[in-house]
Design a protein around this ligand. Structure first.
Ligand SMILES: C[S@@+](CC[C@H](N)C(=O)[O-])C[C@H]1O[C@@H](n2cnc3c(N)ncnc32)[C@H](O)[C@@H]1O
Length: 287
């Protein structure tokens, strides 16, 4: 595995309340530190367990047999792409991310490359470079306009004719939610909206793909994701992951919510009970 770092991105961080955030103008609101890396890794294995597979595109045999090329956009810690590179050693994988949370695993040295870059600066690949392009959980990384004018057109451009693209996003609106989550979620959506980010983008991707006109045979898969110990171990882990995610957002959420550090922590504690009482769940989408 090789790594490439764009020096202009490297070390552009700020520390707020002990958490490390990127500070080079991106809309992405989450921290980029070891705590967040652990959250992303745990989340990957939970998502894989729920969906039973790392992807839905009908390319399993080809990935195993041929030398296919795969790109993962916003790969984070590389949890998805490392898993894929290990499972399909005959294919080649590239992961790109704004932040260098890339792992240093020997096992994938031969078929996995990481590039540190901003996707919004366009992808540094020729047209039709990849058989499969994957992007998971970048709903807060781009404005709605960037999705339509940069991200989706770039993904279409670098995908081979006859290739596959896959997006995974979760709904920001929870079903059967209680007042605590509703308040936090609405406040976060308002903060992101001031940056031009639509937190409900998960439900709009199909429309963007159709509008783009270069995607055919668009399929939408929806999974019900329960949150809380009321629905077993995986749902409990989904709740833990959300609580960790919210803890990472505390530095930007507490002032707009009008709460102190301690009050924020209390809200998060109460959320645990609330999810069980309301039997909360949300939808996850694969396109
Ligand atoms: C929520 S994480 C998801 C990571 C990974 N896809 C996964 O599912 O584990 C979103 C990732 O997108 C990256 N990101 C955000 N904005 C980006 C941009 N403009 N260009 C490249 N990566 C970006 C972040 O650094 C972060 O690692």
């Amino acid at each position: 595995m090789e790594k490439f770092q764009d020096e202009s991105l490297f070390e552009s961080y700020v520390i707020i309340d002990g958490r490390k955030f990127i500070s080079h103008g991106a809309t992405y609101p989450f921290p980029s530190d070891e705590i967040e890396a652990n959250r992303l890794n745990n989340r990957h294995f939970r998502i894989r367990w729920i969906w039973k597979e790392n992807f839905a595109a009908p390319i399993k045999e080809k990935l195993a047999a041929d030398k296919m090329t795969v790109l993962d956009i916003g790969c984070g810690t590389g949890a998805w792409i490392v898993d894929m590179a290990k499972e399909y050693p005959r294919s080649s994988f590239v992961g790109v991310d704004l932040i260098n949370l890339f792992p240093g695993e020997e096992e994938t040295k031969k078929n996995l490359l990481f590039l540190q870059m901003n996707v919004l600066d366009r992808l540094p690949f020729d047209d039709g470079s990849f058989d499969f392009v994957h992007q998971r959980d970048l709903m807060h990384a781009y404005t709605e306009t960037q999705w339509q004018t940069i991200v989706i057109p770039e993904i279409a451009r670098v995908t081979k004719s006859g290739g596959y693209c896959e997006f995974y996003e979760e709904s920001d609106k929870w079903e059967d939610q209680g007042p605590i989550y509703e308040n936090i979620s609405n406040t976060f959506s308002c903060i992101m909206a001031t940056k031009g980010v639509n937190s409900s983008i998960a439900t709009r991707i199909e429309e963007f793909l159709k509008e783009n006109g270069q995607f055919t045979d668009i399929k939408v898969l929806v999974e019900r994701m329960p949150v809380g110990s009321y629905a077993g171990r995986i749902a409990e882990l989904t709740l833990e992951n959300t609580l960790n995610e919210l803890a990472g957002l505390k530095p930007i959420l507490k002032a707009p919510l009008g709460v102190t550090d301690q009050e924020f922590d209390n809200m998060i504690g109460e959320l645990r009970k609330e999810c069980d009482e309301c039997k909360t769940w949300f939808k996850a989408y694969r396109y």
